[in-house]
Design a protein around this ligand. Structure first.
Ligand code: PEP
Length: 251
């Protein structure tokens, strides 16, 4: 099966709403002929400006997080309903920075994935090992646990449509990209885990990204690996030229 590549920029806590609008107006021109799926995950406050700036283009807007409850006494949180109302189509869930600094667990990742689907928002679920886990030889075990935990109770149809981002923590923001072989090994393990949990068809449909210091120089060899269906890109997604090269990957 040939899966459409999906390249998502994770802006993290960067750009004001006016900077987002300006950046996306430039980016939409720059990527207009690209056939891959292109997503920009912007800060919550940038969402209205971003949705407006990409209207009618081939760029979709994602949120970087959401709460699993519909509404209520959760000061500072944002629900799926609020995001959907603003035109959000994707949401990053379980990024390692959220797991590390904001106590996200496999359980909350799973709750958020269910909540995203309730609102018709596609989750981009992040998994990845730390350097000490890799050095201890427990990468495969850790990734399997994260994937299984994230997918509990999701239907075959839901899993076929979502995105899993493999992001080794030691590669995020460090300039130390995983080698294509290292990234492929884990992405293939993720696909195998989905096959065991669901079916061959679901594992062939689910899209798996690599993320971790992807650059305009390293993206094409990474994305050419059989189980890597694109990338989740942090730093390089903040530059129009670099992100255009990365998003424009062709076989
Ligand atoms: C990320 O934030 O998901 C990421 C992969 O960041 P960077 O590309 O900067 O390593």
């Amino acid at each position: 099966m040939s899966r459409v590549k999906v390249i998502a920029g994770n802006w993290k806590m960067n750009k004001t709403p006016s900077e987002a609008a300006e950046f996306l107006s430039e980016l939409r021109e720059s990527v207009k002929d690209i056939k891959n799926d292109i997503i920009a995950a912007v800060p919550f406050v940038c969402i209205p400006a971003a949705v407006q700036a990409v209207s009618g283009s081939n760029i979709k807007i994602a949120a970087q997080n959401m709460h699993w409850k519909d509404k209520g006494a959760y000061t500072g949180e944002i629900s799926g309903g609020m995001l959907k109302d603003l035109g959000i189509e994707y949401v990053i869930i379980g990024h390692s920075e959220r797991r590390e600094y904001f106590a996200e667990t496999d359980e909350t990742v799973n709750l958020k994935a269910h909540a995203a689907f309730e609102y018709g928002i596609t989750p981009i679920i992040c998994v990845g090992e730390s350097l000490s886990q890799r050095d201890a030889g427990i990468t495969a075990e850790h990734i399997r646990i994260q994937v299984k935990g994230a997918l509990v109770g999701l239907s075959a149809e839901q899993v076929s449509s979502l995105i899993i981002a493999y992001e080794p923590i030691w590669a995020i923001g460090t300039g130390r990209t995983a080698t294509p072989e290292q990234a492929e090994e884990v992405c293939s393990l993720i696909r195998e885990t989905v096959r065991e949990l669901y079916s061959e068809a679901v594992s062939e449909a689910v899209r798996i990204q690599y993320g971790g210091s992807v650059t305009a120089e390293t993206s094409s060899v990474l994305f050419s690996m059989p189980d890597i269906d694109g990338g989740l890109v942090g730093g390089a997604s903040l530059k129009v030229k670099d992100f255009t090269i990365i998003a424009g990957y062709k076989k």
